[in-house]
Design a protein around this ligand. Structure first.
Ligand SMILES: O=C[C@H](O)[C@H](O)[C@H](O)COP(=O)(O)O
Length: 237
């Protein structure tokens, strides 16, 4: 089974288990979410479900519109029932790295307004410690004028290496949906307390948001090479 098929089985299973009639549904971003929206559109059509979709990015909004789904706004729907989103890496505590596609800020806002955040991913995202599998580091969305001091402060606090993310089909840096830059922090120490790190980095002036999602995700679905899906839930402490 290809990686794309692994993403698809995970996405279909999550949508089948979590989307119900009349729900307010947060639509994540990335390549795995494409399959979730496909499945949602099929179910809305066949079961005549009423679902209001709240996007986490420009891409998510386009997907909702393309599939003829009901597009809602956070302003009028601030209490979201469930959000299904992708992740770049999920560690054994269900801490996530997100933002590999540059969409972390709106994703985190939507996740924070959701009763449940469900992650869908292929098996390559399932790891024990952050950095085991995802090698591009933690994405950090920053105000453009502040990217150099932010970079220096993070390095002096925690070490590692930081790159300003470059655009592919444009000269210069990636500009996010919110008009900001992305720094990718390749951390050197995998044993950091990610909650503390997240809180500390967020206090640096000019940092808008980090791609560390700590204590936000309650369940993850990992599509496997054999075609089955492994489900992992947060263990109550
Ligand atoms: O910025 C992008 C988002 O955080 C994505 O959800 C994440 O990068 C995973 O994307 P994909 O499903 O394409 O691996």
């Amino acid at each position: 089974m290809s990686l794309e098929q692994a993403k698809q089985v995970a996405a279909y299973q999550a949508v089948d288990q979590f989307v119900t009639n009349n729900c307010i549904f947060g639509v994540g971003s990335g390549s795995t979410v494409v399959y979730a929206v496909q499945r949602l559109a099929e179910r809305v059509e066949s079961e005549k479900l009423k679902v209001t979709c709240i996007p986490t990015s420009f891409q998510a909004k386009q997907l909702i519109i393309k599939h003829g789904l009901n597009l809602g706004e956070l302003e009028t729907n601030p209490n979201i029932d469930v959000t299904i989103d992708g992740a770049d890496e999920v560690d054994s505590n269900m801490t996530l790295i997100k933002g590999g596609g540059g969409c972390l800020l709106q994703e985190k806002i939507i996740a924070s307004c959701s009763k449940k955040l469900i992650v869908i991913a292929d098996y390559t995202k399932d790891s024990v410690k952050l950095g085991d599998r995802y090698k591009k580091g933690v994405p950090i969305e920053v105000i453009p004028m502040a990217y150099v001091p932010i970079k220096n402060k993070i390095i002096s606090l925690y070490g590692g290496e930081i790159k300003l993310r470059s655009a592919v089909a444009k000269a210069g840096p990636v500009v996010t949906d919110n008009g900001n830059f992305i720094l990718d922090w390749m951390f050197a120490n995998q044993n950091l307390d990610w909650e503390k790190v997240n809180n500390t980095i967020k206090l640096i002036p000019g940092v808008v948001e980090t791609g560390l999602f700590v204590n936000m995700c309650c369940k993850a679905y990992f599509g496997q090479p054999e075609g089955n899906v492994v489900e992992r839930s947060v263990i109550e402490k």
